[in-house]
Design a protein around this ligand. Sequence first.
Ligand SMILES: Cc1cc2nc3c(=O)[nH]c(=O)nc-3n(C[C@H](O)[C@H](O)[C@H](O)COP(=O)(O)OP(=O)(O)OC[C@H]3O[C@@H](n4cnc5c(N)ncnc54)[C@H](O)[C@@H]3O)c2cc1C
Ligand code: FES
Length: 319
Amino acid sequence: MTYTLEFDGETLSVDAADTLLRSLLRAGHPVVYGCGSGNCGACRVRLVEGRVDAPPTSTLSPAQQANGEILTCRARPLSDLSIESVTPTATDPVTLDGVITRVERPTPDLVKLRIRLAGVLDFFPGQYGLLRTPHGPARPYSLANPPGQGVVEFHIRAVPSGKAGTKIYEHAKRGDPIELTAPMGDAYARDLRGPIAMIATGTGMAPMKSLLAHLVQREYPFPVRVLWGNRKPEDAYDVASLEGLVKGLADASMQQVFSAEAGGSRVTDHLDGLAPSLLGWKVFCAGNPSMVGEVSQRVALMGVAPHDFFADPFTPAED
Ligand SMILES: Cc1cc2nc3c(=O)[nH]c(=O)nc-3n(C[C@H](O)[C@H](O)[C@H](O)COP(=O)(O)OP(=O)(O)OC[C@H]3O[C@@H](n4cnc5c(N)ncnc54)[C@H](O)[C@@H]3O)c2cc1C
Ligand code: FES
């Protein structure tokens, strides 16, 4: 079954079984989006007329919900619709052109990109951007460098048969043009005045590296504990530079764990070792979605308040 969707004056046909985002992308309509899974808020629009099926979300603030805003990546049409773009706020993403200036392949399935942007990108450590390269569909990737630099860094995993990661790993080269829509996500550092735990698997280390570098720049005096899980030691990357950042802090340590080693373990096996209690701690967590879900429940039991838990589950895109 199809309905009619009017968006900022343009009319298109949308399938009742599809999210509005998928229909818009299929129609080639220029839309801003990020995670594709209801977590970042980048795809919000205002519903002017009609009804949608949209699950309840805490991604939109009560004020945004009262304004009739919906997430196109979660909403499916229940009638003909009219929607409009919302007025951008200071924290909304901007789209910048850029050029790849450095490509490194530190492991057989991980590529690091350095990118010079055509403008200055304002962001907080922990945020991410939607990166479009000539080698595949746009995907959200975490910003791995601290803010305030003319370049940005990404750590990209080539997941088997991945439409974006594998192609970037195989083909990215110096001089490639890119487009970046950023910053996105609200798992970012704010109001930092106490102990911090960072828990990551795989390239979930990218936003942690950004945060660590930011803390070093600030000469952060409070305890910082980093727990990083990979399958095998050879999957870990940037270890020397991460250890250098950890050493640059007053009271910090990093523990690496490996799940596919004989006698190996997962980050979730080591949460109790972070500190006797996590009361008053802020916890940043990124990587595998099921790990993020488990950590969120466990650290809550160890005393972490919901507003002190900042999570970036690397949910796979839907296209
Ligand atoms: C907020 C956010 C931040 C992110 N930051 C990063 C980052 O900094 N670095 C990074 O590498 N990725 C990051 N991701 C994940 C990234 O956006 C892609 O989803 C992922 O790289 C797979 O994209 P692809 O096109 O290569 O694979 P796809 O073509 O989307 O997927 C191919 C197949 O692999 C499966 N798959 C997808 N991801 C994984 C995975 N991680 N492990 C195993 N199988 C998988 C899919 O379900 C599918 O079957 C982030 C995701 C989000 C939502
Ligand atoms: S919330 Fe819709 S794209 Fe992220």
